[in-house]
Design a protein around this ligand. Structure first.
Ligand code: SF4
Length: 435
């Protein structure tokens, strides 16, 4: 079977491209053209057939939620509940990143619980299984890794973060640089670096890149080039090691596209706001416009407990400057395994960030929804305010928990409601659309 990129290059519009075009209010041929150029990807899997979601140029910024067990907390039902919570809260894609318990079971149960495209990181299971089998993850046999990639694709993975861009040259840059305030923060990345150093060998995912794309192409799974040396601290942002890996990932994005595989590039991490635009420009320029997947980014390191907010601030900025997919961050980041409520909070914060980013990325599309909300507030039209809200149930619940004396107002100002006062003073004058 062919991949979306191969179909698009033949001039054919697939049913998935049609679905994306309808959802995004763009023409099917625009989607086909962008898929053919590798500027839009549609995470898919011939075995599973998830919801068709377009990621890339000219489309709404998408939000990913990551869930999964840890070695400390293994609760399969909780992971299924978290997957459903992510979908209900509006996530566009889901990553299943378990490292504890029966990894095949949790992957299959999570996939069955949602219709979202589901992605993963195959290195996690590979190193977990090598540690269980040999007592040492560094004894991982590359053949086992390729077998696992195939098995996970067979199970229905729509996209896969694979750390192909770490090679011996990248590690050399890291060593010569001689510092990392935040160390290495990617589980897959640090495991691969440890394996390469212990075995004195090149990364098999880099060395046999055509084998990786060959497996993923069979299922039309998107290859997301993992950012294993991403900065995990503001002071490491845009350092030479990270940029070196980005450079290689951008080369591989071009190579993979030529091979007919859908390609996505993963970014950081932790980035101060003034470096976000440059980071995205660099990725877009070097990769030939491949869709960019930013992990937030977290914009300050000093607000544990509120990293859904620090990441949402970075995410709004990254969406504005062209990031195409945002990975949510939850309030539990850096502190604990997220629970169901953390997942909901994380998705909502990232959705708001993506919405704000899109208002600025696509100013030509107007800001009608915001204008209508402003008018509804001015007119104290509560029903309309809820209808326009990104998360109406949350807004309703807060209002219902503190009911005002006068139903027209709210308990914030009560008798001193400015909107009610202005309405009385300028009943007719303030209704014009030009104000
Ligand atoms: S009471 Fe205050 S906050 Fe509430 S609607 Fe009126 S002006 Fe707005």
């Amino acid at each position: 079977m062919k991949t979306q990129i191969e179909i698009a290059r033949e001039g054919t519009i697939s049913s998935q491209m049609m679905d994306v075009a309808a959802e995004e209010h763009v023409s099917p041929d625009y989607v086909r053209q962008m898929v053919a150029e590798g500027k839009i990807v549609i995470p898919w899997n011939h075995n599973r057939k998830p919801r068709a979601v377009g990621i890339g140029k000219g489309l709404r910024t998408k939000v990913n939620a990551s869930i999964g067990t840890s070695s400390d907390i293994i609760d399969y039902e909780a992971e299924v509940r978290k997957a459903r919570a992510a979908q209900e809260s509006g996530a566009d894609t889901l990553m299943e990143l378990s490292v504890g318990g029966d990894l095949d079971r949790v992957r299959r149960e999570v996939i069955a619980a949602v219709d979202l495209p589901v992605g993963n990181v195959p290195l996690y299971q590979a190193f977990c299984e090598a540690a269980r089998k040999y007592g040492d993850p560094n004894r991982l046999d590359p053949e086992m890794l390729f077998d696992l990639i195939e098995k996970q694709c067979e199970d229905g993975m729509a996209f896969m973060a694979v750390h192909c861009g770490i090679n011996l040259y990248t590690i050399e840059r890291l060593k010569k640089q001689g510092y990392r305030y935040g160390g290495l923060v990617s589980k897959g990345g640090v495991s691969m670096v440890a394996w390469m150093m212990a075995n004195g060998r090149e990364n098999p995912l880099y060395e046999q890149f055509d084998r990786v794309t060959g497996i993923l192409k069979k299922y039309d799974t998107v290859l997301s080039l993992g950012n294993g040396l991403r900065a995990g601290a503001i002071h490491d942002s845009s350092d030479r090691a990270q940029i070196q890996e980005l450079l290689i990932n951008c080369e591989l994005a071009e190579l993979g596209r030529e091979m007919g595989c859908q390609m996505l590039v993963e970014g950081p991490g932790h980035v101060p706001l003034d470096e976000v635009e440059g980071n995205i420009q660099l990725q877009k320029r070097m990769s030939g416009g491949a869709p960019y997947y930013m992990l937030g980014p977290i914009s300050t390191d000093v607000a544990p407990g509120f990293d859904h907010i620090t990441a949402a601030i970075g995410a709004a900025q990254s969406s504005r400057y062209g990031a195409d997919l945002i990975c949510y961050i939850t309030p539990a980041e850096h502190l604990a395994l997220p629970n169901e409520e953390d997942v909901r909070q994380g998705v909502k914060a990232a959705k708001i960030a993506a919405y704000i980013g899109d208002m600025n990325k696509y100013p030509e599309r107007g800001r009608e929804r915001d204008k209508e909300m402003s008018k509804a507030r001015r007119d104290l039209d509560w029903q309309k305010q809820f209808d326009l809200a990104l998360f109406p149930e949350d807004a309703r619940a807060i209002r219902a928990s503190r009911t005002p004396e006068d139903e027209a107002t709210c308990t914030m100002c009560g008798d001193f409601c400015a909107s009610r006062g202005a309405g009385k003073l300028f009943a007719a004058d303030l209704r014009g659309d030009k104000i």
